[in-house]
Design a protein around this ligand. Structure first.
Ligand code: ZN
Length: 169
C-alpha cells in the first residue's frame, strides 16, 4: 500500500542538513537518508510538525526555535560534585561528556562546565538547549511502519541509530 503523505505511523526517509549558529552540525544524504517514525517523537517537535502532510520530493527549510527543539537553556540545571568523590577526577576537562548516577541508579548525561580546586560543575542541559535549529530537508521516501516498529516507536532499518535494546521491551 503506497503512502502519499506524511502522517502518524509513517516511516519517513529524509535528506537533511542541520545548521546551528551558522555551523553545520549534521546531515544525511538522499543515498543514505535518515529514517524516523512520524508521530513517535523521534525528531524534535518543531521539525516533526513541519513535515506533517508533506510528500516525496518536497523540500523545505524549517527554523525551529528552542521551545520546539531542545528547550530553553536552564541556568539552574547544573550540579557541583566534590572532586574527592570522583574516581578519575584528574582526567576531567571542561566540555567533556560525563554520566552521573543518582542514588536511585538513574544515569544522567551532562557536560563538564568548570573545574575548581575541589569541585566539578556539570551542566545537565541538552547540548542544543537554547539553540535555534535550521533544517534544510528533502523528503526522499515514505512507507507504512510495521507492527513491531509502531510498538517500539522507531523504524527498524536503523536500529543502531535508535539504540535498540529489545531485551527490555
Ligand atoms: Zn525496536
Amino acid at each position: 500500500m503506497a503512502v502519499d503523505t506524511i502522517r502518524d505511523g509513517v516511516v519517513v526517509s529524509m535528506a537533511y542538513v542541520l545548521t546551528v549558529d551558522g555551523e553545520e552540525l549534521s546531515r544525511a544524504t538522499a543515498d543514505e537518508p535518515l529514517e524516523y517514525l512520524h508521530g513517535a517523537e523521534n525528531i524534535v517537535p518543531g521539525l516533526e510538525a513541519a513535515l506533517a502532510g508533506k510528500k516525496v520530493g518536497d523540500k523545505l527549510s524549517v527554523t525551529v526555535p528552542p521551545e520546539d527543539a531542545y528547550g530553553e537553556y536552564d541556568e539552574d540545571d547544573m550540579d557541583e560534585f566534590d572532586l574527592d568523590e570522583i574516581p578519575d577526577a584528574k582526567n576531567l576537562e571542561p566540555g567533556m561528556v560525563v554520566e552521573v548516577e543518582d542514588e536511585e541508579g538513574y544515569v544522567f548525561v551532562g557536560t563538564v562546565q568548570e573545574i575548581t580546586n575541589d569541585a566539578v560543575v556539570v551542566d545537565f542541559n541538552p547540548p542544543l538547549a537554547g539553540k535555534t535549529l535550521n533544517f534544510e530537508v528533502e523528503v526522499v521516501g515514505l512507507r507504512e511502519a510495521n507492527e513491531e516498529e509502531l510498538e517500539h516507536g522507531h523504524p527498524h532499518s536503523l536500529d543502531d541509530f535508535y539504540d535498540e535494546d529489545d531485551d527490555e521491551e
